[in-house]
Design a protein around this ligand. Sequence first.
Ligand code: GCW
Length: 689
Amino acid sequence: MWNMRKAVWAAGVMALAACQQVKVPSYDGEMLWFQNMANDSKTGIAIEDSTATLKIVREELKQLTIADSVIVRLAEDQQLGNEGFEIKAEGRIASITAQTETGLLYGAYAVLRDQKSNGKQIVSRRETPAYDLRMLNHWDNLDGTVERGYAGKSIWHWDGDSINEADRKRYELYAKANASIGINATVINNVNASPEMLSEDILKRVAEIADILRPYGIKTFLSVNFSSPIKLAGTVDADPLRAEVRSWWKDKADEIYGMIPDFGGFLVKANSEGLPGPLDYGRTHVDGANMLAEALAPHNGVVLWRAFVYSPTDADRAKQAYLEFQPYDGQFADNVIIQIKNGPIDFQPREPFSPLFGALKKTQMAAELQITQEYTGASNHLCYLATMWAETLEDDTYRDGEGSTIAKLTTSKAANVKKSAIAGVANIGDDSNWCGHPMAQANWYAFGRMAWNTSITPDSIAEEWIRQTMPAVPLHAENTLKDMMMESREAVVDYMMPLGLHHIFAWGHHYGPEPWCDIPGAREDWMPRYYHKADSAGLGSDRSPSGSNATAQYNEPLASQFADINTCPEKYILWFHHVDWNHRMQSGQTLWNELCLHYDKGMAMTGHFVASWRRIKPYVDGRLWSDVNKKLEIQRDDARWWHDACLLYFQTFSGEPIAQKTIYSLDNMMDFHINITNYECAPKGYRGE
Ligand code: GCW
């Protein structure tokens, strides 16, 4: 019955589409969210376009069709700051005002966004960004590879005397894409940085790149290797208190600013995963960061010092960043920002927030989010990450009492913050569609939009993105697609690591499951069992006071809430507790059954995505459709892999049969029979109503 209804409904949609003769616009993956922009605008544009930035503003506004005229002007308005803008619209006449050219550029992209979304009319408003630095972090290496990159090789090329025409065009498009969503800073190389990055030849190319990005309001930053002076100048060591080392960094900073006057600063991964750092010389993170800060300060440069540190010690890895950084609160220079990954471990599909956010009171902090899908299905899985980031930004640390959300503690308005920042590890490569998965472009887009305004909802960002990327999709299909996006991250959590499980990925890659992985002699904290702790009694890491006591790193009331198995949110239960297989969950199910049902549901959702995407087919370009379809089918098969691998392995400990609520047909999706809405009550063997 259900199938029949569905078939009739589908036929109806097709017929409707046919009789409306949907004109499906062509799709060019390279053009990101600038698909099918108008080229027949008659809008009058009043602008003094004497500079590179203002020329871009004029060019962009030539695509504006929803106004008869637009006046673009600079004016003093302190509250708008350096990047804010004001848009006023009366009928079909609009004006964009800002104090700076960059503000005007952001205003221009805002009205163009209105043209495709926002009721397709220009909306009067004033906007200023939430963060001063809205940064991409590329993990790109000089040899052209991209660490944890799934979209081809690096877009940055280092050979030849200067940047070639094709690259120049791509960099302009890259800059335009970033500017259109408010990204104003980019670190172009990997945090696992080569000292060579600071060599003269490479810096010349960096300067060329910076020249291309500058008119789009984007500052260039570099990741630096702490041992650079040893490698490049033969200093005896890289001790941050050694005069010779300090003056090398000063000279290097002067040299860089001589070439790139608006250079942003350095991003540093030190004493982490084998990289050198001040601790090698018995010094501290403060010594290291402040030395670089001193070199950059005369030029207004910034040091982003990463808190992603852990070593094979006895301390629970989840506790280490806090243990290493909290004692130095208040000692970092004014132009140092501590860059903290959202969770205490490493970009897992779901982690509780890093307790360091709630512990540093006198230190500037930036959240580091991962746009590239290292642990969320690479460029094969649909995983719209805005929902994860919103979860992090809204998490309450209780640092200054209730309401101390991460957003509140890190944005420009936060106390003690001179320069605020947020970073996203880029998912960009030289693939023609930039991100590997067409839908992964939405994550790049969403990162920029959330960095501009932490309160825009993931839902409305998805809507904006769809309207600009797939402009012919009618409302019902847009809603279908939006639902897929909004549900996708939870689905990934469910089929990979539900209930607080983490780091059970395969050793050689971070794509598939390998909870059983056991490499003789390898670091304990790189082994899945370090995290899942499965045994015949139960599953999960005991981080309560009876275990590693990581819960104590959180402020009250969270510390007590997480510490007690009965009050710990179930989404984190296996993160904080070793839970008995027969523990009764809120649903009334045992832990084992609940675990099975999460895997089952995640897997079912991926089938649901395949089916939903079929409904979008009439409205999008054929190649785009099949490209995404292929990936969704891979995701569905991978979800089954995760489900089978994890449950069969954990079953060796629980000894219980695998519970299931859905029967999942992998080979005949047209006969799709999982009713997600009725999921909760679908009996085993369920095959439709
Ligand atoms: O997630 C881990 C990655 C490494 C990465 C590291 C980091 C750049 O597996 O590839 O190195 O984190 O964030 O420094």
